[in-house]
Write a protein that binds this ligand. Structure first.
Ligand code: UTP
Length: 615
């Protein structure tokens, strides 16, 4: 009755009033709630029934969908927005009174015995681990027409990110004493959902079981027009919708019940990964080991950071008895330091690094703790708002804003009980993303920053392979870095030790002994039971060995000499042509086979490849 009074008492709502009897109960309910929340403008000047009915229905569908997906519904979202906007207007400093200190860190930048020890611990924990891939981002900076997960991380064999991630999960399963599927949760958005599912289906789920993959879709949230939390309209019957950020993953793991289910299934840690970081699985085993040994509820995988670098810094913030280890955006860190412990701001240590390591958003989270926090918060994790005000009175915005959330902010909700730690890895071993288009990547490189592009991601992908060979004592040198269309690339050696072959350094050492690799050579090993003894790759030679499960292949005393693969830069014409695959155009080169030596073993059995005994 109250709604009817509201409708009849306001001439602007006459249209919606005449439509009212035809609306469904849920539609009426959401309108009533929104009127109650001072959102009458959303329904002002509606046309009579019979005019614009489709637009009205689509508008109401949007309202109902968002109302359903956001914990607390639209009115909860509006209430949160009002609180956060009031704080933003007040200019409240979230770090007021906090003093930054170095966080609890474990240094894993050297691939030494300690590293091996953590890898062993992590490996024993594979059967209690699940992976969460946030892949809802549009990738505007890269501007690729497809989804980022479908981009090949390397173009020697063109392995896509999704294929690479799935291969790692399969490899983990094959190393468990009693194998079980590793749960794989993928967060998608309207922008990425259809193509992600299509890619999985077209590739038979990359060998994974369909049931182990859970797809969760994040929704957009309504933009807010002013400090009073009025939702913004694009047209009379259309909201302005914007992404809420990757922190949505926490909400979805809660509302879907998946986090709780995983806990019941005995999963102890969730590893959160991004769409285009081909290096991540290099760090995963040791990072898991750290989480297990140190009992970290939240373990941030991080890299050494140079003071002032545009990467969030991980800091322990202390105020009285409160201690929070958080990611502090780099532009907030420096003023915070100046206002507290360091008048010079963020200063380098003896090695030239900030004591606040750089966040790369690979997170290892303890599931039991996580489920408790999700229950308490309904999965709404540290939302924030960042309005661009029209002037210093802060009374109007330049354009509508929205609430946002970032997955790394979970520890903002931690109390004294929860343990947060930071594991510092070698940067290019653990992180090299593909975020920028080639031209922008070149500009970034020229300015002295990381390019984070398709070419650098591929170059680093091979680098990690070289680091593994070096750890096994294989001799070899690296070719000099060159610029391809202004983006740095190291030609080789190009080494791909597939996850099936080895997941830890110890495994690499146990399977490769002696030998050498020349600076432009290529080595690809794919299969669990391949061993190399004194294998030499000369010049630009390439050796590819693939062995199916059950095929035990020993390669020994072999000197490989062939024309291998050649890296060919795209001509200007090829670069501009639609006939050139887009995944090549984003890197500016292709890799051509000029006679690589391939051995493929498709039947179980024992095989030896040696100088005078080549099967
Ligand atoms: P990025 O920083 O790469 O952002 O996100 P982006 O949105 O994909 O790319 P730009 O900024 O438009 O160029 C880091 C990770 O978070 C995911 C991305 O897919 C990527 O894996 N992400 C980002 C989401 O899942 N949802 C979001 O709303 C935003």
């Amino acid at each position: 009755m109250e709604v009817e009074n509201r409708l009849s008492g306001n001439s602007a709502l006459a249209g919606v009033s005449t439509c009212w009897p035809k609306l469904s109960a849920p539609e009426q309910a959401v309108i009533a709630d929104l009127l109650e929340a001072d959102q009458g403008h959303l329904f002002a000047d509606w046309d009579e029934p019979g005019t614009e009915d489709q637009a009205k229905a689509a508008f109401l569908d949007d309202l109902l969908r968002i109302n359903e997906s956001y914990p607390g519904g639209l009115t909860g979202y509006i209430a949160n927005a009002r609180d956060l906007l009031a704080e933003a207007k007040e200019g409240k400093n979230p770090f007021e009174g906090f003093v930054p200190q170095q966080p609890d860190t474990v240094n894993l930048t050297e691939l030494n015995e300690e590293y091996d020890r953590y890898e062993r611990l992590g490996r024993d924990h594979f059967d209690k681990t699940a992976f969460v891939l946030v892949a809802g981002g549009l990738g505007e900076r890269l501007g690729y027409s497809g989804i980022k997960l479908d981009i090949p991380v390397e173009v020697t064999e063109t392995t896509t990110y999704l294929a690479h991630y799935a291969a790692n999960l399969k490899a983990m399963e094959s190393r468990m004493s009693s194998p079980r599927p590793v749960p794989f949760i993928i967060m998608v958005s309207e922008d990425t959902q259809a193509k992600t599912v299509a890619s999985l289906e077209a590739n038979h789920w990359f060998g994974l079981k369909k049931e182990q993959v859970h797809i969760l879709k994040q929704e957009l949230v309504p933009a807010i027009a002013d400090n009073d939390g009025h939702l913004a309209l694009k047209t009379r019957y259309e909201l302005v919708l914007k992404p809420h950020g990757h922190g949505d993953i926490h909400m979805l793991l809660h509302t879907s019940g998946i986090a709780a289910q995983l806990e019941e299934q005995g999963i102890e840690h969730l590893v959160f990964i991004q769409d285009t970081n081909g290096q991540v699985f290099n760090a995963v085993p040791a990072a898991l080991g750290v989480s297990v040994e140190k009992g970290f509820d939240f373990n941030s995988i991080a890299v050494n950071r140079i003071p002032g670098e545009a990467v969030g810094g991980l800091a322990k913030l202390v105020k009285g008895d409160t201690q929070l280890t958080l990611n502090v955006e780099y532009n907030q860190l420096d003023p915070l330091l100046r206002a507290t412990i360091s008048p010079e701001g963020d200063v380098p240590n003896e090695q030239g690094f900030s004591v606040f390591p750089g966040n790369i958003n690979i997170l290892v989270i303890n599931v039991a703790t996580y489920v408790q926090i999700l229950k308490r918060t309904q999965g709404i994790i540290a939302e924030f708002v960042n309005p661009k005000y029209a002037d210093e009175t802060k009374s109007a915005f330049k354009k509508p804003t929205r609430l946002e959330t970032m997955m790394q902010d979970l520890p903002k909700l931690f109390g004294a009980e929860e343990k947060v730690g930071v594991s510092i890895f070698d940067r290019r071993w653990s992180f090299s993303a593909n975020k920028n288009k080639m031209a922008d990547a070149a500009v970034k490189h020229a300015a002295g920053g990381p390019s984070e592009s398709a070419a650098t991601a591929e170059s680093d992908f091979y680098l990690a392979g070289r680091m593994k060979l070096a750890a096994a004592g294989v001799q070899g040198s690296e070719s000099a870095e060159e610029l391809i269309h202004g983006v740095p690339f190291t030609r080789g050696p190009r080494v791909l030790l597939r996850p099936s072959f080895a997941l830890t350094l110890n495994e690499v050492r146990s399977k490769i002994s002696g030998g050498s690799i020349a600076d432009e050579a290529t080595l690809i090993l794919d299969g669990k039971d391949i061993t190399l003894e004194n294998v030499e790759l000369a010049g630009r030679s390439a050796l590819l060995i693939k062995a199916c499960d059950g095929a035990k292949v020993t390669v020994k005393n072999l000197k490989v000499e062939n024309d291998g693969f050649e890296l060919v830069k795209l001509t200007d014409e090829e670069q501009a042509s639609d006939a050139t695959p887009e995944y090549l155009r984003i890197r500016g080169y292709r890799i051509e086979d000029r006679g690589a030596k391939r051995y493929e073993f498709t039947e179980p059995g024992e095989y030896v490849v040696e100088v005078d005994h080549v099967p």
